[in-house]
Design a protein around this ligand. Sequence first.
Ligand SMILES: Nc1nc2c(c(=O)[nH]1)N[C@H]1C(S)=C(S)[C@@H](COP(=O)(O)O)O[C@H]1N2
Ligand SMILES: [Mo]
Length: 384
Amino acid sequence: MARRPTVAERLDTLPGPRPEDFGSRLHDERLTARLGVWLGAAFLICFVTGVISHLLQHPTSWWGWPTQPVNLYRVTQGLHVISGTAAVPLLLAKLFTVYPRLFERPPVRSLVHGLERLSILVLVGAAFFELVTGLVNIAHWYPWSFSFPRAHYAMGWVLIGALTLHIAVKLPVIRSALGAPLEEAGGSGSRRTFLRATGLSALGVVVATAGSTVPWLRDLSVLAVRDGSGPQGVPVNKTAGAAGVLESARDPAWTLTVAGPGGEVALTLAELRAMAQRTADLPIACVEGWSASATWTGVPVRDLVALVGGSRDADVRFESLQTGGSYRSSVLPARHARDGRSLVALDLGDEPLHLDHGYPARLIAPSRPGVLQTKWLSRVEVVA
Ligand SMILES: Nc1nc2c(c(=O)[nH]1)N[C@H]1C(S)=C(S)[C@@H](COP(=O)(O)O)O[C@H]1N2
Ligand SMILES: [Mo]
């Protein structure tokens, strides 16, 4: 009497293709491992720069960020978006080289094998989530209801965790694959061609988008979300109309309330202009990766802090006329508040701020995310 087949044997005889049926030379570990190195590097840059951006927006006591060089955040966040964009073709190419593995039989050989496959599912899911949400956010399109920064940040940790596990498990395979030549003697050269084409695609998308932050790439960057144009030569993130401040910002009775341990004063625009003015060249560096330099003139934050008896070691809170929205207020850490280039800016270039750039007064400080450069100020408060 014939023995009944075991579950494993049954799974093994399921109809459908096998990994071996995919004849192409491109489904090969030597290619996958090389693409993996590039993709891993892109994800690592994304992760480190992403954590920096998160810490700047959620400061903790052990964390300090320098005010110098003033373009530091501009560079880290530019790298974040550029490496994330380059990761898209790299991820697609890498998945192409391994997709025949989907048809492995049996699908699960053991508990460890099952866990390993599950971790790859998590890795690929997290990678797609990060790249898609990142790109969609840059395009200012929010087809979901969750908070983008929170979800994107949390999933970044899932991604880096799954990636570390994946590399650890695959290390022997990665080593031998990288140690072997890409093409065996007399090989067709197709793997090298594929690798080059992927590299060129990654470079292509970088050049097509990086002009948002790299001025000399601007003319080449056909896909850049920001081309550097806007009122007074600086792009605008949220207009005064969109923020609902058209009336309050143009109100002739506008004053800036400055509060501290020594009391509270309400300064008119004329009184602010009568104070000592300082000019600084500082970039607006949006979390979305675009950035632009500009020349700002206004009252140093530290002079306002001194006016109300605040200490050099105090953080300073800025509030906007805007009544809603996540970016209606920000806190400037003491280190930035006492830097003479941190300004309550009144002018951009030679003119008063454009309404969309925060007229009558906005915060501008060195090496900070754009989201924290609060526009249409109503109140400055020394908090600690
Ligand atoms: N009150 C207020 N300030 C704000 C914002 C906002 O939505 N509301 N957006 C911020 C963001 S995300 C950026 S990138 C900068 C952009 O400044 P700009 O529009 O002058 O270039 O303003 C910041 N200041
Ligand atoms: Mo921004």
